[in-house]
Every structure is written in structure tokens, then in C-alpha cells.
Design a protein around this ligand. Structure first.
Ligand code: BTN
Length: 263
């Protein structure tokens, strides 16, 4: 244990059976960067108090105040067809969303594909990366950023971000949250690895905030606007345009916004 280490790793290791190793870093570039290259023997959690180059989806940055949030990457070695990556990323959103609801009695929802939002503001973002060889997923890195004890946010995200502290008025234990996420992550990861995403689809749809709402997305620079009518068993979003035609959006290609704001 580092001097001044602020995270109780033993608690995480004792309270979960999914990761056997936790790599704690005070500062790193991005836990996803480390998780992609580090030598590991099995499922491993990489955690950092501060990331200098935290990354989000679609080339965006991810900022989290030092020591305030959860910046972690769950790294697994699945040896499965690379198509499972989408399922794993959606399953991870489910694990985080349900954990926050169970622990804090929130009404957290999922903004497709894997943002977790509460009262219309983002509390968690997930960036999943995969290392493949001949279409086999050798390593999946699920990078999870959660705003936990952040009291305020930089001006550019102030209107769209929230934290557990802001919502509850109290500091929360990051290790408890991590251990609980890992329990559900294990459950849902195991399901998608053996059976695909289909089994989780009802749970996901039940929490997805975009269903039946109007969204806009940019696909290869083309603006798509319409109503979300369904989510497929592969996790694609079905958007019906005003002219009645439908488009399938894959989580790897686009991010969506509500027509009237972030959600
Ligand atoms: C998003 O909202 O677009 C995804 C944000 C993902 C942030 C997490 S923090 C831990 C991991 N390391 C990173 O660089 N990104 C992810």
C-alpha cells in the first residue's frame, strides 16, 4: 500500500470474486492506456486517482478531479469473437446503472450506449476498447469514469454533469461502489460471454432513457434525426426518421443527443 493511498484495495479484493488483482496508481495518463498494455495473468482492475490524458468516446476528453471520482478500467482476457465487445460495453453500463440505483436509491438511467445519467445529467461515462487478433477479442478494457465526490465541475460540463456528492450531499465510499459494480459486472459479463446480449436486452431497455424519444446523431458526417423505436439484440439503436424510414445505429460509430438537450 502506498503512503497516502486513499483507496482501500483490500476491501475491493475481499468483496469481489471477479478481479484477482488491483493496480493502484496515483497518477497515470489513462487507466485504459495502461490496461491495454500491462502484462496481466487474469481479470485485473486498474485504478487511478488522477488521469493526465483521460479519454472519452468519440475522441473526447474525460476530466475528473484528483481523488474525487472513480477512474478505473476493468481488463479481461475473453478469447471470444470480437463481436462481443458491443455486448460487454452495454452490459457494463447496466452494471453501473443498477449499482448506483441499488446503493443510493437513485433513478439512474442509461443514455445509449453507455452513459449513466441521473436527473438528466451525466454521472458516469464508459469507454470500452478491445485488442483483437484475427477477429478474436484477446483483451477487453472497460474504462469507467464515475463522478463520486466531485463538488463542482469545469464550466464546459457544469450544465450536463452531476456526481453522487451533488445528489446526496454526502461523501461516498469509492471502494464500496467499485466492489458492488464488480459483482454485477461479473454477473452480466458472464451472461454476455456465454449467451450474448439478448438475455440482458429487457433489463437494458427498461433503463434506457432514449427509447421513444427524439434524438439526433451524425453518421459519417450526415445528420440523422428521428425517434428511437427499438434496440436490437446486438445493442443497435433503431431510429425512425420523419420520412418513415429507419436507420440502425451502432455504438461504435455515433453518439446521440436528444433533440432538446443532452438527453
Ligand atoms: C465517455 O463518457 O465518453 C467515456 C468516459 C470514460 C472515462 C473513463 S475514466 C477511466 C478510463 N480511462 C480513460 O481514459 N477513460 C475511461
Amino acid at each position: 500500500m502506498f503512503k497516502n493511498q486513499k483507496l482501500n484495495i483490500d476491501k475491493i479484493l475481499n468483496d469481489n470474486t471477479f478481479v484477482k488483482d488491483v493496480v493502484y496508481m496515483r497518477v497515470t495518463s489513462s487507466t485504459n492506456n495502461v490496461g491495454k498494455t500491462a502484462e496481466i495473468a487474469g481479470n485485473t482492475l486498474f485504478f487511478a486517482e488522477k488521469q493526465k490524458e483521460g479519454r472519452g468516446r468519440m475522441g473526447k476528453d474525460w476530466h475528473s478531479g484528483k481523488g474525487k471520482g472513480i477512474c478505473m478500467s476493468v481488463v479481461t482476457l475473453p478469447e471470444k469473437d470480437a463481436t462481443i465487445v458491443t455486448s460487454v460495453t452495454l452490459a457494463s453500463a447496466l452494471a453501473v446503472c443498477e449499482t448506483l440505483n441499488n446503493m443510493f436509491s437513485l433513478d439512474a438511467k442509461i443514455k445509449w450506449p453507455n452513459d449513466v445519467v441521473v436527473k438528466g445529467k451525466k454521472i458516469c461515462g464508459i469507454l470500452t476498447e478491445c485488442i483483437t487478433e484475427s477477429n478474436i477479442a484477446k483483451r477487453i478494457v472497460t474504462g469507467i469514469g464515475i463522478n463520486v465526490n466531485n463538488k463542482k465541475f469545469p464550466p464546459e460540463i457544469r450544465d450536463i454533469a452531476t456526481s453522487l456528492y451533488v445528489l446526496s450531499g454526502e461523501k461516498q465510499s469509492r471502494e464500496d461502489i467499485i466492489a458492488n459494480i464488480l459483482k454485477l459486472y461479473e454477473k452480466y459479463y458472464t451472461i454476455v460471454i456465454s449467451d450474448g446480449f439478448e438475455k440482458l436486452l429487457p433489463l437494458y431497455k427498461n433503463l434506457c432513457v432514449n427509447l421513444n424519444r427524439e434524438v439526433e446523431a451524425f453518421l459519417d458526417g450526415i445528420r440523422i434525426q428521428g425517434t428511437v423505436t427499438d434496440i436490437t439484440e446486438n445493442g443497435e439503436l433503431i431510429v425512425q426518421k420523419k420520412d418513415g424510414t429507419t436507420v440502425r445505429l451502432n455504438s461504435g460509430d455515433v453518439s446521440v443527443r436528444g433533440i432538446y438537450g443532452y438527453i
